[in-house]
Design a protein around this ligand. Structure first.
Ligand SMILES: NC(=O)c1ccc[n+]([C@@H]2O[C@H](COP(=O)([O-])OP(=O)(O)OC[C@H]3O[C@@H](n4cnc5c(N)ncnc54)[C@H](OP(=O)(O)O)[C@@H]3O)[C@@H](O)[C@H]2O)c1
Length: 268
């Protein structure tokens, strides 16, 4: 898909990967509609011409408002990028249920509901693209991020299903699987913190700009999956070929970041 003059709606566009996508796509001639909660940061990302709608994307009113305003301003939405998301570094068996629900609302339910809202008009026009930002954690389960991985696996299979459901309507769906991207993701967590063994191994980290360029190229060639950086496919292959080996490696990294057994539950 050619990006020039396409109307692109991006969630989580106030910073990180979303803001970088806004910049890269604007440079390639897209017409932008951006949303996130921080209005000031959104204003910077939107530039002079972009439409901005501030609000919490987990709220139905925000989703309806951003779609309505985009259609009112531009008359169509060519590409929806479901990018807003956050992580949770607490054990799956010991996480605050409110945190778990908040993460699923943001990472899974918001993209499903926003897609429902934009697909109607895309189907009428017989074209469009849904881009869902998943993660490499949606291809390989990371034990320090088990529940986050579960949300990103959900995003991946949702996107695969959408692509098949909507192919005959002319609508494409693409999953983005970033590895480690230099953003404030690690400080904007819902809860928990990155274990030391993981924080130390950022050798394949890429900039948000580089990730956004890979997303833009993926849109242009109507990719099914964008792995960014591409070296992430090696990890995916290793997990398929040698699952026990990878699991044992991840388990030991995870164990290094844990408190002694029972400490979290207050055991003697
Ligand atoms: N960074 C990485 O290493 C990495 C790796 C794999 C996948 N990802 C995925 O990439 C996506 C973007 O991550 P990032 O690294 O750019 O994170 P980030 O820098 O923390 O940015 C997250 C964006 O989401 C927005 N957001 C968060 N909660 C929101 C809410 N309730 N309503 C509306 N907007 C909300 C934030 O804006 P406001 O705070 O202004 O609302 C911000 O614009 C996420 O889906 C993440 O899971 C990131």
């Amino acid at each position: 898909m050619q990006i020039r003059d396409k109307v692109i709606l991006i969630t989580g566009a106030s910073e990180g990967i979303g803001a970088a996508c806004a910049q890269v796509l604007r440079e390639r001639g897209a017409l932008l509609s951006l949303t996130a909660r921080s209005e000031d940061k959104l204003r910077l990302a939107a530039g002079a011409d972009g439409l901005l709608t501030a609000g919490d994307i987990t709220a139905p009113e925000t989703r309806e408002r951003v779609v309505a305003r985009t259609l009112e301003r531009y008359g169509r939405i060519d590409v929806l990028i479901n990018n807003a998301g956050a992580g949770l570094y607490t054990p799956s068996w010991n996480s605050d249920p409110a945190h778990v629900r908040a993460m699923f609302e943001l990472n899974v339910f918001a993209p499903i509901e926003l897609t429902r809202l934009v697909v109607q008009s895309m189907r009428r026009r017989g074209s469009g693209m849904i881009v869902n930002v998943g993660s490499i954690a949606g291809k390989v389960t990371l034990p320090w991020l088990t529940l986050y991985s579960a949300t990103k696996y959900a995003v991946g299979s949702l996107t695969d299903g959408l692509r098949m459901e909507l192919k005959r309507d002319g609508i494409h769906a693409m999953t983005v699987c970033p590895g480690y991207v230099e953003t404030r993701f690690q400080s904007n967590l819902i809860a928990g913190r990155i274990p030391p063994g993981v924080a130390d191994s950022r050798m394949f980290a890429i900039s948000a700009r580089r990730c956004a360029e890979d997303i833009a190229s993926g849109i242009e060639r109507r990719a099914r999956t964008v792995m960014t950086p591409r070296v992430g496919w090696l990890l995916v292959a290793a997990a398929r070929l040698f699952p026990a080996l990878l699991e044992s490696r991840f388990e030991s990294i995870h164990a290094r970041g844990q408190s002694p057994r029972g400490a979290a539950e207050g055991a003697p």
